[in-house]
Design a protein around this ligand. Structure first.
Ligand code: CMP
Length: 144
């Protein structure tokens, strides 16, 4: 079934033109389409809200600092099973683990560790609705 997901390239890759081009190529080769694309610097408060479910985790403050440190590339990606397909392209959350388990994945190829892992993807339709509203109908400062 055709659906959309919220995909986000994080500050460790969002400004690297060749990496972004390669990831968009992977998206298209998986049968998905980029519907919307915005390079934005996120405020700390928006990052806090976006990752609110992790607020009790020890890495929360570092994550918020990282995500607000430089621009991210916000994407709406659509196509058959877009949510699952994009998360499969990303690979395991931790890039070090991804290098072992899914060496061709985005997080293996372009990420560094458990936090600087190149990309994010909604984990459900409900998450997509929340994340899309937050990122495309509210916050961030467009850079281009
Ligand atoms: P993401 O898929 O965007 O969802 C939550 C993010 O928190 C995750 O990617 C990582 O960037 C970060 N994260 C998850 N687990 C850890 C961890 N153990 N240490 C540091 N950062 C983490």
């Amino acid at each position: 079934r055709v659906e959309s997901t919220y995909a986000m390239l994080k500050p460790d890759v969002a400004s690297k033109k060749e990496v972004v081009a390669e990831i968009i190529k992977m998206i298209n080769e998986a049968g998905l389409t980029v519907e919307r694309k915005e390079l934005c610097r996120l405020s700390k408060s928006l990052c806090k809200e976006f990752y609110a479910e992790h607020s009790e985790r020890p890495f929360y403050n570092d994550l918020v600092d990282f995500m607000s440190s430089a621009p991210v590339l916000k994407l709406e990606v659509s196509g058959p099973d877009a949510i699952k397909t994009w998360r499969k392209l990303l690979g395991p959350t931790n890039s070090e683990k991804a290098k072992e388990e899914a060496p061709g994945s985005i997080r293996a190829r372009f990420g560094t560790d458990g936090m600087r892992n190149a990309g994010h993807g909604s984990d459900s339709k409900e998450s997509f609705a929340r994340e899309y509203a937050l990122m495309f109908k509210g916050g961030g400062f467009p850079k281009i």
